[in-house]
Design a protein around this ligand. Sequence first.
Ligand SMILES: NC(=O)c1ccc[n+]([C@@H]2O[C@H](COP(=O)([O-])OP(=O)(O)OC[C@H]3O[C@@H](n4cnc5c(N)ncnc54)[C@H](OP(=O)(O)O)[C@@H]3O)[C@@H](O)[C@H]2O)c1
Ligand SMILES: [Zn+2]
Length: 367
Amino acid sequence: MNRPHVLLSAAQSLDGYLDDASGTRLLLSNEDDFAEVDRLRAEADAILVGAGTVRADNPRLLVRSPELRQARIAAGRPEQPMKVTVTGSGKLDPESRFFTVGDAPKLVYTAPGTAADGWGTAATVVDSAPPRLEHILDDLGKRGVQKLLVEGGSAVHTALLDAGLADELRLAIAPIVVGDPRAPRFLGTGAFPRPLALTEARRLGDVVVLHYRAAAEPSSLDVLRLRQAIELAGQCPPSSTFRVGAVIGLPDGTVLATGHSGEGDPRNHAEEAALAKLEPGDPRLAAATMYSSLEPCSARASHPKSCTQLILETAIPRVVMAWREPSLFVEAEGVEQLLAAGRQVIEVPALGADVRRANTHLPGVRP
Ligand SMILES: NC(=O)c1ccc[n+]([C@@H]2O[C@H](COP(=O)([O-])OP(=O)(O)OC[C@H]3O[C@@H](n4cnc5c(N)ncnc54)[C@H](OP(=O)(O)O)[C@@H]3O)[C@@H](O)[C@H]2O)c1
Ligand SMILES: [Zn+2]
């Protein structure tokens, strides 16, 4: 199954609305924000919006910048991404800009018997009403869509997050208060099973841009190995700093190396001690996970390189940890740096109390 990477993009008011309740669209971004979203469009193979957004906003869904369009062509890609929408009712005006503007392929996922003649060749009829988003993503994957940008609206964002199908979220927050419960909220009711991890918070003029990634769930092997790392912390010599254990393991259960803080040299950190037992270029590291009882450090007095840096110098693609480093000695940014470098980070806070219990010698740490 080759589903595309799904990036949700939305602009909301301070009080969480996507629009007001009037018939005209409420502007919730500024020029800089539009330019960034244009870049996201240019990176995407397809842009999806719900039928509600086609009806309410009549969007063009085109890359605006001539330079970005040119760059797509130069890279051997179509000038514009594919346009995709989804409807259960089939109530889509063939005169909407979705259909009439641009030469990009247009796909409408709709229930049997609802496709309108005026859509031309656009409709892909799916076998259920409402159309299942999993099926749509599978079908888009088969059509070669690797990156899907979803630009709303409320029902589609909610459904994708609720089904655990979104990989990333970019949210722009405008300094506007709508204050009208008739207006559409960014997200409606749902179970939202997958937590999100904040990867970026940035100011863009008067708009704040937040970037999140869907946090992955630990497997039972992950939990087993992380418990092993927590136990290893028991071997640390008495010290005034964090007592940490680390395990480097493969998905088939092989343990490549282990370490604990203070191993070899009192200043050594657990991840560093484990990594020192392997060649940095060991090809097995490309499939390995670093398990650490504590978030890998991002700055330290005892060594020119932080454990986060040492991990980033290897091909280790994922890090599983139990406890985020509290800012006792330095401001901890290990998770942020790993995520920013495209590594996967999985937190298992349920095991955090065990790590804190091993560190109650530190000021302010309680199990
Ligand atoms: N600020 C922003 O970033 C932004 C972006 C986009 C939109 N908006 C606003 O959002 C509002 C529209 O949001 P919305 O919630 O009404 O519409 P929406 O999410 O764009 O579309 C919802 C429609 O999609 C169709 N659909 C089919 N299968 C579905 C499924 N499995 N899950 C969810 N939807 C499915 C249904 O169409 P049928 O009814 O045809 O069956 C449903 O009514 C507008 O006010 C627009 O201005 C804001
Ligand atoms: Zn460290």
